[in-house]
Design a protein around this ligand. Sequence first.
Ligand SMILES: [Zn+2]
Length: 92
Amino acid sequence: MERLSRRTLMTAMAGAGVVLGTAGRAFAFSEDIPTVRTLALHDNACGATASHKELVAEVERVLGDQYTEAEKRRVIATMTCPICGCPLSGFF
Ligand SMILES: [Zn+2]
């Protein structure tokens, strides 16, 4: 598995910022509930399970000791994978 680049991480964190910035506003579109088939397609696209865990670990490392575990989890809960768009909340 290729190590996630800083650019990928920053893209994901920017996505989290967008989510935080728009929370509470109405969304213009709704998300589909992923089926087993779409989850499998996503897994093929970015190696979802492994790369998502790696992305979460990288975020935790970047946030370091400046934040509590609860704060880190709140940040990660708002993040989505920059490749497949799946939420990362289930990977910590
Ligand atoms: Zn992904």
